[in-house]
Design a protein around this ligand. Structure first.
Ligand code: IVH
Length: 670
């Protein structure tokens, strides 16, 4: 099948546009078009390539992730070796480096190209006639591994060079890094799933690149920052290091945004200080600055000693990891009642800041890392992230270490601590009472689908708690207009409105009340099921875990949480207080089956209806139905008002019966 010329032209122009916008977004950090437009262009190209498979070229923007997992990495020989750098650990070592350079060149003052030293994994990219043909790790400097398929998934690596004037063959050298945010979320996910965490972003970047399956690499937000070149054939670069990097940038490769030409040792020292002050605010880890003699001719004259150039030096920062001792492991209770073990450390300077605490996340993490009180540990502090314990130095363990034990009672309020099966978090079960959870509890209690106390938002809750006007939800109902009017951003009118909203909220329903209590794992649907099954709050409060699991959708985890919650005397007191304050709901006995005509049916509601959707939802729930958010094969009915859109289309496509409000009324016999 021959490809029509207009299709060829369109595909090429889409490719160019996508390469360009990719560059704006991933290299310059300065997109010109919204993401949705980029996606649209990508989809158009994908559609063309699907229709005409001969159109697909290896450097098409659609071809970043492709191919099957590799069996092993192939070996690659670097034609120009990848060298290492000499270190300067302080000002005097930096001055000594500068002196040696000046003496060899016979110069008074030398200009250096200065840039951050990225803490990642060195990679060499080979471009032939502007196409990326190979990516390799540094390995031992002479031989590395072929990671082309993996590196192709990195968005800041162009598959074809932009602009013009690139040599016929060029090896571009740079560092692949994982930004801190990506590292944190990768580890957070691993911790949740009980998997292995990475010690630092550099290990995570290396681990992500050394995935035999490039599809795994593609899920990691890696970036590549380029700082130099290896072999160059069939073309010329600039006269200086800085000029060369400007060319690389123009060809679509990402370089540091902190490049600068500095004069002599003084300029280098000032630059080091400046970048050091920025260090915590950068998106990725750096471990120093690199200074390179800027004139390439001078670099050539200086040459190399063993494995490092004489024309460059790594002027290091204090390390982000240090060793210290664990003095104690205490537990902190968060806003949601989660207990977090925190190590109290012998104070230690880490990258310029004194660290005295480090989070240990949860009980499993303490076990996995095998941290005991008395151990020597490696702490890491990077950016604004809370310091972390990376591991224990086993050889230094004294004989009298003490293991960590998760307390069985909340250190803040004395309620029982519950760790549900299959969960990593341990939680305080004193939800309504625990001072650590006050703000969160009150905000949830007041929220629209809970007690619906209009006008009681986060800011107000903060003030009420901070001034100790409210400790538990029951205290809300004792607030009067005068007290409220005295708060910030509260006039007499809004105070009166809030008192009225509080009064209105007293009349509620059992499911809403249950949901408002904020029992872990108990969302609206579960609250509804519990109310329906037991009929009264008293019955739920005295239920055993075994009887709780008889409720549809309630498994052992939910049952354990509900049971633990109501077992806490403090929670019971608050509930009593709420009832005394007048919070009430129509007492329904266990609704007989004939009053649940919609039991087992799943509804979805869409479009504009005569009443708020929530009201219709409440009615349906009371009649035993389930209400879902999206239409699927499991949907029994779609209730559609006017202007219904995609849900209606989907229901029709799946043959789901569609009801208007009249039809619904007939269905329930109303
Ligand atoms: S220049 C011929 N510049 O540091 C010298 N290296 O300790 C080539 N690195 O393996 C290195 N940031 O991967 C240079 N801005 C930077 C760098 C940098 C990180 C790494 C590089 C090398 C190691 C040497």
């Amino acid at each position: 099948m021959s490809i029509p010329p207009e299709v060829l032209a369109r595909a090429e122009s889409l490719r160019q546009a996508l390469h360009h916008h990719n560059y704006r977004y991933y290299v310059l950090d300065d997109p010109e078009i919204p993401d949705a437009e980029y996606d649209r262009l990508m989809r158009e190209l994908e559609a063309l390539e699907a229709e005409y498979p001969e159109l697909v070229t290896p450097d098409s923007p659609t071809q970043r992730v492709g191919g099957e997992p590799l069996a092993a990495f192939a070996e690659v020989e670097h034609r120009v070796p990848m060298l290492s750098l000499e270190n300067a650990l302080d000002e005097s070592e930096l001055r000594a480096f500068d002196r040696r350079v000046r003496e060899r060149l016979g110069r008074e003052l030398v200009d250096y190209l200065a840039e951050p030293k990225f803490d990642g994994l060195a990679i060499s990219l080979t471009y032939e006639t502007g196409r990326l043909v190979q990516a390799a790790t540094r390995g031992d400097g002479r031989r590395g591994e072929d990671v082309t398929a993996q590196v192709r998934t990195i968005r800041s690596v162009p598959l074809r060079l932009l602009g013009e004037g690139w040599p016929a063959l060029i090896e571009v050298r740079g560092e692949v890094v994982l930004p801190r945010a990506g590292f944190e979320s990768l580890n957070a996910r691993a911790r949740e799933e009980g998997g292995k965490t990475f010690a630092n972003p550099r290990n995570a970047a290396a681990g992500s690149l050394r995935q035999l399956d490039p599809r795994v690499t593609a899920t990691r937000p890696l970036e590549m920052l380029c700082y130099g070149f290896g072999l160059v054939e069939g073309g010329r670069l600039a006269e200086t290091q800085g000029g060369t990097l400007a060319l690389l940038r123009a060809w679509g490769l990402r370089t540091s945004s902190h490049l600068r030409v500095v004069h002599g040792a003084e300029g280098a020292i000032a630059y080091h200080r400046e970048i050091g002050a920025l260090r915590d605010r950068l998106d990725y880890d750096i471990d120093g600055v690199v200074l390179k003699v800027d004139a390439l001719a001078d670099q050539e004259r200086l040459g190399f000693v063993s494995r490092a150039p004489r024309w460059a030096v790594a002027y290091k920062f204090p390390p982000q990891e240090e060793i210290t001792r664990v003095l104690d492991i205490q537990v902190q209770v968060g806003r949601t009642g989660v207990l977090t073990p925190v190590a109290r450390l012998e104070p230690v300077q880490v990258a310029g800041v004194t660290v005295t605490n480090a989070t240990l996340h949860n009980e499993d993490e303490v076990r996995r890392k095998d941290v005991h009180v008395g151990d020597s540990v490696i702490v890491r502090r990077a950016g604004d992230v809370i310091p972390q314990i990376m591991g224990v130095i086993a050889e230094r363990r004294p004989p009298d270490v003490r293991p960590f034990v998760m307390p069985s009672l909340c250190p803040v309020c004395g309620s029982e601590v519950v760790r549900a099966e299959g969960e990593v978090a341990s939680r305080c079960s004193g939800g309504l009472y625990c001072p650590a959870q006050r703000k969160e509890t009150l905000c949830h209690f007041a929220s629209r689908r809970a007690m619906d106390i209009e006008g009681l938002g986060e800011k107000l809750v903060d003030q009420l708690v901070e001034r100790d006007l409210v400790r538990t939800p029951a205290d809300l109902y004792a607030l009067d207009e005068d007290t409220l009017a005295g708060l910030e951003r509260m006039g007499g009118k809004s105070a009166a409105n809030l008192v009225e909203a509080l009064a209105r909220s007293r009349a509620t329903t059992l499911p809403r009340f249950l949901y408002a209590l904020g029992i872990p794992q108990v969302g609206e649907a579960t609250a509804q099921s519990l109310a329906q099954h037991f009929g009264t709050l008293e019955a739920i409060m005295s239920a055993t875990p075994a009887t709780l699991t008889e409720v549809p959708d309630v498994g052992p985890v939910v049952a354990a949480e509900v049971h633990a919650f109501f077992r806490q005397p403090h929670n019971r007191e608050v509930i009593d207080g709420l009832r005394v304050a007048g919070v009430a709901w129509p007492e329904v006995d266990r609704p007989p089956v004939e009053r649940q005509p919609l039991a087992g049916k799943t509804f979805v509601i869409t479009g504009t209806l005569s009443r708020p959707r929530d009201a219709i939802k409440d009615d349906l729930l009371t009649l035993g139905a389930k209400v879902a958010g999206s239409v699927s094969k499991k949907t029994d009915y779609l209730i559609a008002g006017s202007d219904a859109g995609s849900k209606l289309e989907k229901a029709r496509a799946l043959g789901v019966p569609v009801l208007d409000e009249d039809a619904l009324a007939r269905l329930v016999g109303g």
